[in-house]
Design a binder for this molecule. Structure first.
Ligand code: GTB
Length: 215
């Protein structure tokens, strides 16, 4: 059965691949699983039909027969778990790759999300610069540790895995900040992820939604 995911009918990111359907699309493309997309408006996301399957009224959700999932990380894990190529077979290597999935979402993403708040919503506040410096340093602290661990390797633990997929997707949110570029191996790591054919197909698919709407 072909799974169906939900995505923004009109993504506020204007097709930059920042919404959470992007890692799910990317995972599908990596494993070669065809998928359908149901586009939803902000109003539809808050209706009972959607809330029954995504309790927070957000995208993405995932439907495959009578299985409904939400949380992009859980969906990426589900896809990776059911197909070869995004998680190693060997149990310890698999556990380490899953650890990197959690690291992306639990250790790296929170400091980036916190960093985005004043960046996007509070630039008019008198304390903006001071807060921005503080949050820049919190992001740097995590990037420094990640950069030290990655070293000159291509991926975080052996072959490209779902851990790298989520990590690259999270780090992409720093594009344009200059912070990523302070760590040349991390900037190269993100570029390597974005150069993957599966990433490019996923990016093009979500961009096509924006282009169809806006010309
Ligand atoms: N933890 C959940 C997951 O990973 O699935 C988070 C899901 C989530 O945040 N979904 C957002 C959503 O549905 C879209 S992706 N928001 C609508 C709502 O809450 O009412 C977050 C997002 C939105 C916009 C941009 N952007 O414009 O750049 C980037 C990311």
């Amino acid at each position: 059965m072909t799974p169906t995911i939900t995505a923004f009918a009109a993504s506020p990111d204007r097709g930059r691949g920042m919404a959470r359907d992007m890692p799910v699309r990317w995972a599908f493309e990596e494993v070669g699983q065809p998928y359908n997309v149901r586009l939803v408006s902000f109003a539809e996301m808050k209706e009972p039909a959607h809330l029954a399957h995504q309790p927070f009224g957000q995208i993405p959700s995932y439907e495959e027969g009578d299985l409904w999932l939400f949380e992009s990380g859980a969906i990426v894990f589900h896809i990776a778990d059911r197909h070869a190529s995004l998680l190693p077979e060997e149990p310890k290597a698999r556990a380490r790759a899953i650890t990197w999935m959690f690291a992306a979402l639990s250790t790296i993403e929170p400091v980036i999300t916190e960093w985005e708040v004043p960046e996007y919503f509070e630039q008019d506040k008198p304390w903006f610069r001071e807060r921005q410096r503080l949050l820049d340093d919190r992001v740097r602290k995590r990037l420094r540790a990640l950069s030290a661990r990655l070293g000159d390797a291509d991926w975080l633990d052996g072959a490209f895995s779902a851990g790298d997929l989520l990590m690259v997707q999270v780090l992409r949110r720093l594009h344009g900040s200059g912070l990523l570029e302070e760590f040349s191996n991390l900037a190269a790591y993100v570029a390597r992820g974005e150069a993957r054919p599966a990433y490019k197909r996923a990016f093009a698919a979500q961009l096509a939604v924006f282009t169809a709407l806006n010309g």
